[in-house]
Design a protein around this ligand. Structure first.
Ligand code: APR
Ligand code: ZN
Ligand code: ZN
Length: 361
């Protein structure tokens, strides 16, 4: 029996979001219906609302979520009703060439639920990032659900569904930050701060936070930055070199997504160092680099997609570290809000007032 629940819809380009009744079908083969307990408000939700991702309105927003599996369809064996899970954007296939090469985080054939959630008049909804979790219940592919220790607060768990995982993963998976390394993180929003927390977790000796906003640098310190640089008042490349014996950082993580910060990241790494690009640029952005600098500085230049995470490996591990007091995921939750406060949360996010507002249901 399909169910009717409340969800937050972006009806059209730049229109305010509103709560509507949505219809959630029973899970088909390989699908699960999840009772959402918490879902973070992310920039990507705002981009959907603004029409910046695609034009498939109406969207069912929300994608950083945790909740309890309510029901599963045929052929679902990995999760069962009652399991506490974190949702991820896409279930991996296990059989494409990336999966077969043992790199499922690059899977080229990921999937979401086959069936569609709808409005009561039958209009099909496009769930943000294949999730749509600003809703009391949502329908996903069972492979998008990862079981974790239910002792964690849902509003904390949900964060691993997107930005916080992207940042931590940029450090520990893509950057392979190791004990004693020097790390520079350019851009200290939620993603950059998570990269700082991930670098601390990995044992980095020196963590240099760079931002143009002193408020962000203060938060970065509480996440584990050992040094801060305001790049409005100081040249960040010079400052990073000065703080690393004139060399540059072993790993530089770019978490802004702009040409000038890509350029800074490129030049702030030590010889043979690693640059990790987690900030997402727009299609028009370009930088020019002398080839001799590309060749001569050696090392590697890597982009990090969703922190190159493997949810089944990384979500339970990071939740365990949080529960043991070794990683403070709670520090990313600025406020918890109700389902009807998403529009207000977008405004606060836009002003840079919050790391994360999290809807709790
Ligand atoms: N130099 C340094 N920092 C900058 C600059 C700059 N030129 N411009 C902006 N910033 C800082 C902002 O002050 C802010 O602290 O970058 C940070 C960006 O943070 P958020 O806007 O909160 O974005 P976040 O959610 O952290 O995502 C950052 O990562 O995954 C991607 O799509 C995401 O491209 C985005 C990036
Ligand atoms: Zn695959
Ligand atoms: Zn997100």
């Amino acid at each position: 029996m399909a169910q009717e629940v409340r969800g937050v819809i972006a009806p059209g380009k730049d229109e305010p979001v509103r709560i509507e009744t949505i219809v959630v079908p029973d899970p088909g083969p390989g699908e699960a219906v999840v009772r959402v307990q918490a879902c973070g408000v992310c920039h990507t939700d705002l981009h959907y609302k603004q029409g910046g991702i695609n034009d498939d309105f109406p969207f069912l927003l929300g994608h950083e979520a945790a909740g309890v599996v309510e029901s599963v369809g045929d052929d679902v064996t990995d999760v069962a009703p009652g399991d506490f899970v974190i949702l991820n954007w896409r279930a991996v296939c296990g059989t494409c060439r990336a999966c077969l090469r043992g790199r499922p985080w690059y899977c080229f054939d990921t999937h979401n639920a086959e069936q569609k959630m709808t409005l009561t008049d039958g209009t099909e909804l496009s769930p943000a990032l294949g999730i749509g979790a600003f809703a009391e219940k949502t329908l996903v592919a069972a492979g998008q659900c990862t079981k974790v220790d239910p002792a964690v607060a849902p509003e904390v768990a949900g964060l691993l569904g997107c930005g916080v995982m992207a940042g931590i993963g940029a450090a520990i998976n893509t950057g392979n930050v190791g004990r004693g390394d020097s790390v520079a993180v350019i851009g200290c929003g939620g993603v950059g701060d998570a990269a700082i927390a991930g670098s601390r977790l990995a044992g980095a000796a020196r963590i240099i936070a760079v931002d143009i906003d002193d408020r962000k640098l203060e938060t970065a310190r509480s996440m584990g930055a050992t040094h801060t640089v305001n790049s409005r008042t100081a040249d960040p490349v010079e400052a990073i070199r000065d703080l690393t014996g004139g060399n540059g950082a072993d790993v530089v993580i770019e978490a802004v997504g702009r040409p000038e910060t890509y350029q800074q990241a490129f030049y702030a790494r030590d010889l043979a160092g690693t640059v990790v690009l987690v900030g997402v640029p727009t299609p028009d952005m370009k930088i020019e680099l002398p080839l001799l600098d590309v060749f001569g500085r050696g090392g590697s230049l890597k982009s990090s997609w969703y922190g190159d995470c493997l949810p089944s490996r990384d979500f339970p591990m990071l939740i365990d570290l949080h529960l043991q007091g070794r990683l403070d995921l709670g520090a990313f939750v600025t406020e918890t809000i109700a389902l009807d406060e998403v529009e207000k949360a977008f405004e606060r996010m836009h002003r840079g007032d919050v790391l994360r507002s999290v809807v709790v249901l």
